[in-house]
Design a protein. Structure first.
Ligand SMILES: [Zn+2]
Length: 179
């Protein structure tokens, strides 16, 4: 951030009085611009023993596969956000089920929330952000072509747990890989 979104003045990066962390502060209008993590919400749409994945038509990870998910919008609930993303990316209608996973990704300031969901019908097709939308059985999942680590981990666990017939909620943290 360079300019104040309130008055257009140059902002400074410093710790406000009584605070513990540096923030963008506008010396002209005295606005403190707090920045907080973003929520990414999505779901695993299920149809019998298969799940629906979308092949991304946008960067990052163009051409790779992921579950329907995206940034939560203001004024919506988590369930509404997950359903909206599924409709936008896959033109698919779902009934949202249980909360399945929450992943913290501190190094990119995101929290990912993933539900299980039941596809209501097979009338789905790629939305504008998808190249393709398909149902995959466990043996067909393109593991090496998944777009994000935060999708890989819950999907692995999902199929393991489904074999045992016991799907439970998990919370995890995706750490930065340092090379
Ligand atoms: Zn200002």
């Amino acid at each position: 951030m360079k300019f104040c979104s309130n008055c257009g003045g140059l902002v400074e990066w410093r710790i406000p009085e009584g605070d513990a962390l540096p923030r963008y502060i506008c010396p002209s209008c005295h606005t403190i611009h707090y920045q907080n993590p973003k929520i990414v919400v999505g779901c695993i749409p299920e149809w019998e023993d298969r799940i629906l994945l979308c092949r991304r038509a946008i960067e990052p990870r163009h051409g790779l596969w992921t579950v329907p998910s995206g940034f939560m919008e203001n004024a919506e609930t988590l369930v509404q956000g997950a359903a909206r993303e599924t409709l936008e990316e896959a033109n698919a209608r779902v009934e949202m089920g249980n909360l399945y996973a929450i992943y913290n990704i501190p190094h990119i300031n995101q929290v990912h929330v993933l539900f299980r969901a039941r596809l209501l019908d097979l009338d789905f097709s790629p939305g504008s952000e998808s190249l393709d939308v398909r149902l995959f059985a466990e043996t067909e999942i393109p593991w090496t072509e998944l777009a994000f680590r935060v999708i890989h981990e819950p999907l692995r666990r999902y199929f393991e747990e489904r074999q045992c017939g016991r799907l439970g909620f998990h919370m995890g943290t995706i750490e930065e890989i340092r090379g």
